[in-house]
Design a binder for this molecule. Structure first.
Ligand code: CA
Length: 115
């Protein structure tokens, strides 16, 4: 799988078809205690979540032309950086992401609804 690396202050844009997207989060390397928070339009959908090897799945309704997803590294675990895996997908879209964030840093994903 070709991951998009997401670093500090990165702003990734995804064009999405359909009314919702799934966000899955997990870790495919070392489980070292990384925690993330995820905000959709500044509303928290995950708060200081401890990353596991099994996938946590979140449904994000895409109701507007632009939806902002913000990912915050709450820590780096025992080994820097925070390296959580994400995949953003629906039947039309599939964007795999590997986080590369230091503690307290964040990156943003802008989801544009395809008309
Ligand atoms: Ca880590």
């Amino acid at each position: 799988m070709n991951h998009k690396r997401l670093k500090e202050d990165d702003n990734l844009t995804i064009i999405a078809e359909g009314d919702n997207l799934m966000i899955r989060v997990w870790e495919d390397e070392f489980l070292d205690g990384d925690r993330v928070s995820v905000y959709v339009d500044d509303k928290p959908i995950l708060k200081s979540y401890l990353i596991k090897s099994s996938m946590k799945q979140l449904l994000v309704p895409i109701l507007k032309d632009t939806t902002m997803v913000r990912i915050v590294a709450d820590n780096e675990g025992r080994m820097p950086p925070n390296s959580a895996n994400f995949i953003i997908l629906n039947s039309e879209t599939e964007v795999p992401i590997k986080l590369q964030l230091n503690e307290g840093k964040e990156a943003t994903i802008q989801i544009l609804r395809k008309k």
